[in-house]
Design a binder for this molecule. Structure first.
Ligand SMILES: Nc1ncnc2c1ncn2[C@@H]1O[C@H](COP(=O)(O)OP(=O)(O)OP(=O)(O)O)[C@@H](O)[C@H]1O
Ligand SMILES: [Mg+2]
Length: 336
């Protein structure tokens, strides 16, 4: 659906030169849902604007929905929907008129655009709002209307630039549900941008991490987390009592070495901070790619070795850990 090679955009303004996008290669297959994730100014919108033929690349090529964006921009536009980042406020048009106008813009006849508008109003949960002005809608309703507008021409490929920014968590989840439903209903390929890590993690099948105009990672959220960060298992372990030790063992394990031996067979890096509580309890941390299976394994190994596990916690890797490991800084701080 998309094949971009060496896509580059350099802006010149007065004496200033901004290399917004620095030669990115990206492929999107038909039917995929891909999220471009990156901090403010990373080059997400600039990339989308080049892929939608709104901005001419400084260098490189992109074929979108079968057409070259530079040589056949009109053909590209006939195949795509594009919902830009944010939308100026204060529209005094009515919801239904906006949809009909959009249909006319795409050259649809009145019967056809009326039918599509009705279908999209229903599908995007906008029923009853036909006569409301756009400016009177809530942020979430407004964003759903944006999606409806982008779908009036039934595009096989839809671009959404930060569709959920500024929405509350409930409205974000709701919009995602609708995007998913639209995708199933129309079999669309979807490319969107976000700087919400959790949402890219939960919703995107594939995440393209972009920073300073370059793609620094491109994989599924679970692959990214597996390859670029670890889960963290934290256990508070005390010398055995409370029937923890199997019968026949009389050891009273209270030292570091015994603890480490008990955990040596499993994967991951085992760390203890050396501090021992008055009752002999120690905190053990295990960095591992598979925290979900490592946690019960570790508890069992410790129990067999005669320790009592007082508490156990699993913190699974997040995309922010991935970003931190790849760039040395947190995307969360950046966004804040
Ligand atoms: N028309 C322009 N003229 C000059 N510089 C520009 C122009 N458009 C974008 N830039 C610069 O290019 C860089 C990338 O901007 P872009 O809008 O692509 O980032 P973004 O990843 O979409 O960020 P955000 O999350 O804030 O939307 C930024 O440094 C921006 O200031
Ligand atoms: Mg942007």
């Amino acid at each position: 659906m998309i094949r971009a090679r060496g896509l580059t955009k350099t802006f010149h303004r007065k004496s200033e030169t901004v290399e917004a996008v620095k030669g990115i290669d990206v492929d999107v297959r038909e039917g995929e849902l891909v999220a471009f994730l990156g901090p403010n100014g990373a080059g997400k919108s600039t990339t989308l604007r080049m892929l939608t033929s709104l901005l001419e690349p400084t260098a490189g090529t992109a074929e979108v929905a079968g057409y070259d964006v530079t040589r056949h921009p009109a053909h590209v536009r006939s195949q795509i929907g594009f919902i830009g980042q944010g939308n100026g406020g204060g529209f005094s048009y009515r919801v239904l008129d906006e949809l009909h106008n959009q249909g006319r813009f795409y050259g649809l006849g009145s019967a056809e655009y009326s039918r599509r508008a009705a279908e999209l109003l229903e599908a995007l949960d906008l029923g009853g709002l036909e006569k409301r002005t756009v400016q009177s809608l809530s942020g979430g309703q407004r964003r759903r209307l944006d999606v409806a507008l982008g779908l009036m021409n039934h595009p096989p490929l839809l671009f959404l630039d930060e569709p959920t920014t500024g929405l509350d968590p409930h409205a974000r989840a709701n919009l995602w549900e609708h995007i998913g439903a639209m995708r199933e209903r129309y079999g669309m390929t979807i490319v969107l941008t976000t700087h919400y890590l959790d949402e890219a993690d939960d919703m995107a099948e594939r995440v393209v991490v972009i920073d300073h105009g370059e793609i620094i990672a491109d994989a599924t959220p679970s692959e990214l987390k597996r390859d670029h960060s670890d889960d963290l298992v934290t256990l508070v372990v005390a010398p055995g009592s409370a029937g923890g030790a199997p019968s026949g063992t009389d050891l009273l394990p209270d030292d570091e070495a015994t603890l480490r031996t008990a955990l040596a067979s499993g994967d991951g890096e085992v760390r203890t901070d050396g501090a021992v509580a008055a009752d002999g309890a120690r905190t053990v941390r295990i960095s591992t790619a598979h925290g979900d299976t490592r946690l019960p394994e570790a508890i069992e190994a410790l129990r067999v070795a005669g320790f009592a596990v007082r508490s156990a916690e699993l913190r699974q890797a997040s995309l922010d850990d991935v970003f931190l490991n790849l760039t040395g800084r947190s995307l969360r701080e950046e966004a804040a």
